[in-house]
Design a protein around this ligand. Sequence first.
Ligand code: MN3
Length: 330
Amino acid sequence: MIRRIDRIATDLPPPSEPDVAGAAAVQELMGGRFGEMSTFLNYTFQSFNFRNRQGARPFYDLVANIAAEEFGHVELVAAAINTMLTGATPVNDGKAPKAALAKVKGIGNPHHFLVGGQGALPQNSLGQPWDGSYVFSSGDLVEDLTHNFFLETGARNGKLKVYEMVEHPAARALTGYLLVRGGVHQVAYARALERLTGADLMKLFPAPRIPTEKIPECKPHIKRGDHLRLYRFSPSDYLELGAVFNGPHPETGEELVVVDEAPEGVPAHDLPSQPAVFAPDYAPEEIAEIAQKLRTQAGLSKEPTGEVASGSEPTKPRRTSTKKAGSKKK
Ligand code: MN3
Protein backbone atom coordinates (compact mmCIF):
# COMPACT_ATOMS: atom_id res chain seq x y z
CA MET A 1 0.00 0.00 0.00
CA ILE A 2 1.05 3.57 -0.28
CA ARG A 3 0.30 6.54 1.99
CA ARG A 4 -0.17 9.92 0.34
CA ILE A 5 0.98 13.34 1.50
CA ASP A 6 -0.57 16.46 -0.07
CA ARG A 7 2.79 18.15 -0.63
CA ILE A 8 5.33 18.24 -3.42
CA ALA A 9 8.98 17.26 -3.04
CA THR A 10 10.52 20.69 -3.54
CA ASP A 11 9.64 24.32 -4.14
CA LEU A 12 8.70 25.30 -7.67
CA PRO A 13 8.22 28.95 -8.64
CA PRO A 14 4.63 30.20 -9.10
CA PRO A 15 3.29 30.59 -12.65
CA SER A 16 4.94 33.35 -14.65
CA GLU A 17 5.20 33.74 -18.43
CA PRO A 18 3.73 30.51 -19.88
CA ASP A 19 5.99 28.31 -22.02
CA VAL A 20 3.88 25.95 -24.11
CA ALA A 21 6.78 24.58 -26.18
CA GLY A 22 8.89 24.15 -23.03
CA ALA A 23 6.07 22.25 -21.31
CA ALA A 24 5.98 19.85 -24.25
CA ALA A 25 9.75 19.26 -23.88
CA VAL A 26 9.42 18.65 -20.13
CA GLN A 27 6.93 15.84 -20.97
CA GLU A 28 10.02 13.75 -21.81
CA LEU A 29 10.77 13.65 -18.06
CA MET A 30 7.23 12.42 -17.46
CA GLY A 31 6.42 9.79 -20.06
CA GLY A 32 9.71 9.27 -21.91
CA ARG A 33 11.57 5.96 -21.76
CA PHE A 34 13.87 7.47 -19.12
CA GLY A 35 11.21 9.64 -17.48
CA GLU A 36 9.85 9.53 -13.94
CA MET A 37 6.92 7.26 -14.85
CA SER A 38 9.53 4.74 -15.97
CA THR A 39 11.64 4.92 -12.81
CA PHE A 40 8.48 4.84 -10.66
CA LEU A 41 6.91 1.85 -12.40
CA ASN A 42 10.13 -0.12 -12.93
CA TYR A 43 10.92 -0.12 -9.21
CA THR A 44 7.26 -0.57 -8.32
CA PHE A 45 6.86 -3.73 -10.42
CA GLN A 46 10.25 -5.07 -9.33
CA SER A 47 9.17 -4.62 -5.69
CA PHE A 48 5.72 -6.17 -6.30
CA ASN A 49 7.34 -9.21 -7.92
CA PHE A 50 10.25 -9.56 -5.50
CA ARG A 51 10.60 -13.16 -4.26
CA ASN A 52 12.34 -14.36 -1.08
CA ARG A 53 12.10 -10.89 0.42
CA GLN A 54 13.23 -12.04 3.83
CA GLY A 55 16.30 -13.64 2.29
CA ALA A 56 17.22 -10.47 0.37
CA ARG A 57 15.64 -7.85 2.64
CA PRO A 58 18.11 -4.94 2.27
CA PHE A 59 17.80 -5.09 -1.52
CA TYR A 60 14.01 -5.45 -1.46
CA ASP A 61 13.75 -2.50 0.94
CA LEU A 62 15.98 -0.39 -1.33
CA VAL A 63 13.96 -0.99 -4.52
CA ALA A 64 10.56 -0.66 -2.81
CA ASN A 65 11.56 2.53 -1.01
CA ILE A 66 13.04 4.27 -4.04
CA ALA A 67 9.81 3.43 -5.91
CA ALA A 68 7.92 5.50 -3.33
CA GLU A 69 10.17 8.54 -3.87
CA GLU A 70 9.64 8.22 -7.62
CA PHE A 71 5.88 8.70 -7.21
CA GLY A 72 6.72 12.14 -5.85
CA HIS A 73 8.98 12.83 -8.83
CA VAL A 74 6.14 12.04 -11.25
CA GLU A 75 3.98 14.45 -9.23
CA LEU A 76 6.68 17.13 -9.35
CA VAL A 77 7.12 16.87 -13.14
CA ALA A 78 3.34 17.31 -13.49
CA ALA A 79 3.44 20.38 -11.25
CA ALA A 80 6.19 21.93 -13.38
CA ILE A 81 4.35 21.26 -16.66
CA ASN A 82 1.11 22.65 -15.22
CA THR A 83 2.91 25.77 -13.98
CA MET A 84 4.36 26.35 -17.45
CA LEU A 85 0.97 25.92 -19.15
CA THR A 86 -0.85 28.27 -16.76
CA GLY A 87 -1.94 31.45 -18.48
CA ALA A 88 -1.43 30.17 -22.03
CA THR A 89 -5.15 30.57 -22.79
CA PRO A 90 -7.45 33.52 -22.04
CA VAL A 91 -9.02 33.48 -18.55
CA ASN A 92 -11.69 36.16 -19.01
CA ASP A 93 -12.81 35.79 -22.55
CA GLY A 94 -12.06 32.19 -23.45
CA LYS A 95 -15.53 31.30 -24.62
CA ALA A 96 -16.91 30.16 -27.97
CA PRO A 97 -17.51 31.41 -30.59
CA LYS A 98 -14.18 33.20 -29.89
CA ALA A 99 -11.07 31.40 -31.15
CA ALA A 100 -9.75 31.07 -27.58
CA LEU A 101 -7.18 28.38 -28.39
CA ALA A 102 -5.92 29.81 -31.70
CA LYS A 103 -2.83 31.27 -30.03
CA VAL A 104 -1.54 27.85 -29.01
CA LYS A 105 -2.12 26.25 -32.41
CA GLY A 106 1.07 24.69 -33.72
CA ILE A 107 3.07 25.19 -30.52
CA GLY A 108 4.07 22.40 -28.15
CA ASN A 109 1.71 19.49 -27.57
CA PRO A 110 -1.86 20.13 -28.81
CA HIS A 111 -3.13 17.40 -26.43
CA HIS A 112 -2.34 19.72 -23.53
CA PHE A 113 -5.20 21.93 -24.72
CA LEU A 114 -7.45 19.64 -26.78
CA VAL A 115 -7.83 16.77 -24.28
CA GLY A 116 -5.55 17.48 -21.31
CA GLY A 117 -7.23 20.41 -19.52
CA GLN A 118 -3.97 22.34 -19.92
CA GLY A 119 -2.24 19.78 -17.74
CA ALA A 120 0.50 17.15 -17.78
CA LEU A 121 -0.17 13.89 -19.60
CA PRO A 122 1.46 10.43 -19.43
CA GLN A 123 3.29 11.11 -22.67
CA ASN A 124 6.80 11.88 -23.87
CA SER A 125 7.99 15.06 -25.62
CA LEU A 126 6.62 13.77 -28.94
CA GLY A 127 3.17 13.29 -27.42
CA GLN A 128 3.52 9.50 -27.53
CA PRO A 129 1.93 7.69 -24.56
CA TRP A 130 4.16 6.18 -21.88
CA ASP A 131 4.62 2.51 -22.69
CA GLY A 132 4.47 -0.47 -20.31
CA SER A 133 7.29 -2.10 -22.26
CA TYR A 134 9.61 0.41 -20.57
CA VAL A 135 9.26 -1.69 -17.41
CA PHE A 136 12.02 -4.23 -16.94
CA SER A 137 11.33 -6.71 -14.16
CA SER A 138 13.20 -9.91 -14.88
CA GLY A 139 13.12 -11.23 -11.33
CA ASP A 140 16.89 -11.66 -11.41
CA LEU A 141 18.24 -9.23 -8.83
CA VAL A 142 21.62 -8.52 -10.45
CA GLU A 143 19.96 -8.02 -13.82
CA ASP A 144 17.26 -5.73 -12.40
CA LEU A 145 19.73 -3.65 -10.36
CA THR A 146 22.01 -3.30 -13.40
CA HIS A 147 19.01 -2.15 -15.42
CA ASN A 148 18.10 0.34 -12.70
CA PHE A 149 21.61 1.81 -12.73
CA PHE A 150 21.35 2.17 -16.51
CA LEU A 151 17.87 3.72 -16.17
CA GLU A 152 19.07 6.32 -13.65
CA THR A 153 22.08 7.10 -15.86
CA GLY A 154 19.82 7.71 -18.87
CA ALA A 155 17.38 9.65 -16.70
CA ARG A 156 20.14 12.04 -15.60
CA ASN A 157 21.13 12.58 -19.22
CA GLY A 158 17.50 13.38 -20.08
CA LYS A 159 17.19 15.84 -17.21
CA LEU A 160 20.35 17.64 -18.30
CA LYS A 161 19.12 17.97 -21.88
CA VAL A 162 15.76 19.34 -20.77
CA TYR A 163 17.63 21.75 -18.49
CA GLU A 164 19.68 22.92 -21.47
CA MET A 165 16.67 23.21 -23.79
CA VAL A 166 14.12 24.87 -21.48
CA GLU A 167 14.92 28.07 -19.63
CA HIS A 168 11.57 28.51 -17.89
CA PRO A 169 12.19 28.87 -14.14
CA ALA A 170 9.81 25.98 -13.29
CA ALA A 171 11.69 23.64 -15.65
CA ARG A 172 15.02 24.77 -14.20
CA ALA A 173 13.88 24.29 -10.60
CA LEU A 174 12.50 20.86 -11.52
CA THR A 175 15.58 19.60 -13.34
CA GLY A 176 17.96 21.04 -10.73
CA TYR A 177 16.20 19.03 -8.03
CA LEU A 178 15.77 15.85 -10.07
CA LEU A 179 19.43 15.81 -11.17
CA VAL A 180 20.47 15.71 -7.52
CA ARG A 181 17.92 13.11 -6.40
CA GLY A 182 18.42 10.93 -9.49
CA GLY A 183 22.12 10.99 -8.69
CA VAL A 184 21.41 9.49 -5.28
CA HIS A 185 19.36 6.67 -6.79
CA GLN A 186 22.10 6.00 -9.34
CA VAL A 187 24.64 5.67 -6.52
CA ALA A 188 22.22 3.49 -4.53
CA TYR A 189 21.85 0.94 -7.33
CA ALA A 190 25.59 0.93 -8.04
CA ARG A 191 26.32 0.40 -4.36
CA ALA A 192 23.73 -2.41 -4.20
CA LEU A 193 25.46 -4.14 -7.14
CA GLU A 194 28.82 -3.76 -5.41
CA ARG A 195 27.50 -5.31 -2.21
CA LEU A 196 26.00 -8.18 -4.17
CA THR A 197 28.84 -8.95 -6.59
CA GLY A 198 32.02 -7.27 -5.37
CA ALA A 199 32.40 -5.32 -8.65
CA ASP A 200 33.81 -1.80 -8.18
CA LEU A 201 31.13 0.26 -9.88
CA MET A 202 32.31 3.49 -8.28
CA LYS A 203 34.79 3.77 -11.17
CA LEU A 204 31.81 4.44 -13.47
CA PHE A 205 31.11 7.80 -11.84
CA PRO A 206 30.34 10.44 -12.89
CA ALA A 207 28.18 8.94 -15.61
CA PRO A 208 27.21 10.87 -17.61
CA ARG A 209 29.67 13.68 -16.84
CA ILE A 210 27.28 16.26 -15.42
CA PRO A 211 28.83 19.02 -13.29
CA THR A 212 25.88 19.29 -10.89
CA GLU A 213 28.00 21.31 -8.45
CA LYS A 214 28.20 24.08 -11.08
CA ILE A 215 24.49 24.16 -11.95
CA PRO A 216 22.83 26.99 -9.96
CA GLU A 217 19.52 25.10 -9.55
CA CYS A 218 21.36 22.03 -8.17
CA LYS A 219 23.45 23.99 -5.69
CA PRO A 220 20.88 24.56 -2.91
CA HIS A 221 20.03 20.84 -2.86
CA ILE A 222 23.71 19.86 -2.71
CA LYS A 223 24.34 22.45 0.00
CA ARG A 224 21.49 20.91 2.03
CA GLY A 225 23.12 17.49 1.64
CA ASP A 226 20.39 16.03 -0.55
CA HIS A 227 23.00 14.46 -2.85
CA LEU A 228 23.94 12.11 0.02
CA ARG A 229 20.56 11.23 1.51
CA LEU A 230 18.25 8.33 0.95
CA TYR A 231 14.91 9.06 2.62
CA ARG A 232 12.88 6.23 4.16
CA PHE A 233 9.33 6.69 2.85
CA SER A 234 7.59 4.68 5.55
CA PRO A 235 6.97 5.31 9.25
CA SER A 236 7.72 1.70 10.22
CA ASP A 237 8.93 -0.34 7.22
CA TYR A 238 11.94 -0.63 4.90
CA LEU A 239 14.33 -0.51 7.84
CA GLU A 240 17.29 -2.18 6.10
CA LEU A 241 18.23 0.54 3.59
CA GLY A 242 21.35 1.43 5.54
CA ALA A 243 22.74 -2.06 5.10
CA VAL A 244 23.28 -1.30 1.40
CA PHE A 245 23.27 2.48 1.15
CA ASN A 246 26.43 3.45 3.02
CA GLY A 247 30.07 4.33 2.51
CA PRO A 248 31.55 7.30 0.60
CA HIS A 249 29.83 9.09 -2.29
CA PRO A 250 31.83 8.15 -5.44
CA GLU A 251 32.27 11.77 -6.57
CA THR A 252 32.63 13.78 -3.36
CA GLY A 253 33.88 11.17 -0.87
CA GLU A 254 31.29 12.33 1.67
CA GLU A 255 29.48 9.70 3.74
CA LEU A 256 26.09 8.53 2.42
CA VAL A 257 23.19 8.94 4.85
CA VAL A 258 19.82 7.24 5.36
CA VAL A 259 17.24 9.70 6.71
CA ASP A 260 14.65 7.88 8.75
CA GLU A 261 11.61 9.71 7.42
CA ALA A 262 10.19 11.11 4.20
CA PRO A 263 11.30 14.59 3.20
CA GLU A 264 9.12 17.40 4.52
CA GLY A 265 8.00 18.54 1.10
CA VAL A 266 6.25 21.85 0.50
CA PRO A 267 2.65 22.78 -0.34
CA ALA A 268 2.04 23.08 -4.08
CA HIS A 269 0.88 26.31 -5.67
CA ASP A 270 -2.88 26.30 -6.24
CA LEU A 271 -2.81 26.84 -9.98
CA PRO A 272 -5.72 29.01 -11.16
CA SER A 273 -8.67 27.84 -13.24
CA GLN A 274 -8.24 27.86 -17.01
CA PRO A 275 -11.85 28.26 -18.19
CA ALA A 276 -10.98 28.20 -21.90
CA VAL A 277 -10.22 24.48 -21.54
CA PHE A 278 -12.95 23.90 -18.89
CA ALA A 279 -10.46 23.29 -16.08
CA PRO A 280 -12.14 22.72 -13.73
CA ASP A 281 -15.18 24.11 -15.55
CA TYR A 282 -16.47 26.62 -18.08
CA ALA A 283 -17.60 28.64 -15.03
CA PRO A 284 -15.23 27.63 -12.19
CA GLU A 285 -17.00 29.86 -9.65
CA GLU A 286 -20.06 27.57 -9.82
CA ILE A 287 -18.05 24.58 -8.60
CA ALA A 288 -16.53 26.74 -5.85
CA GLU A 289 -20.04 27.67 -4.71
CA ILE A 290 -21.16 24.02 -4.63
CA ALA A 291 -18.01 23.02 -2.73
CA GLN A 292 -18.64 25.77 -0.18
CA LYS A 293 -22.21 24.61 0.36
CA LEU A 294 -21.18 20.94 0.73
CA ARG A 295 -18.42 21.88 3.16
CA THR A 296 -20.90 23.75 5.38
CA GLN A 297 -23.41 20.88 5.22
CA ALA A 298 -20.70 18.41 6.26
CA GLY A 299 -19.87 20.51 9.31
CA LEU A 300 -16.41 21.42 7.99
CA SER A 301 -14.82 24.82 8.33
CA LYS A 302 -15.97 27.57 6.00
CA GLU A 303 -12.46 27.91 4.60
CA PRO A 304 -10.92 24.98 2.70
CA THR A 305 -8.81 22.80 4.99
CA GLY A 306 -6.05 21.99 2.49
CA GLU A 307 -2.64 23.59 2.44
CA VAL A 308 -1.41 25.42 -0.67
CA ALA A 309 1.55 27.68 -1.30
CA SER A 310 0.77 31.37 -1.17
CA GLY A 311 2.26 34.12 -3.30
CA SER A 312 5.78 33.97 -4.60
CA GLU A 313 7.52 33.49 -1.26
CA PRO A 314 9.44 30.24 -0.86
CA THR A 315 7.32 27.95 1.27
CA LYS A 316 8.33 27.14 4.80
CA PRO A 317 8.98 23.63 6.06
CA ARG A 318 6.23 22.10 8.19
CA ARG A 319 8.45 20.26 10.61
CA THR A 320 11.12 22.07 12.55
CA SER A 321 13.75 19.34 12.68
CA THR A 322 14.90 16.55 10.44
CA LYS A 323 15.94 13.51 12.36
CA LYS A 324 18.80 11.58 10.80
CA ALA A 325 19.35 7.96 11.58
CA GLY A 326 20.17 4.61 10.15
CA SER A 327 23.51 5.45 8.57
CA LYS A 328 25.34 2.28 9.22
CA LYS A 329 28.95 1.84 8.33
CA LYS A 330 30.33 -1.45 7.21
MN1 MN3 B 1 13.36 10.15 -10.09
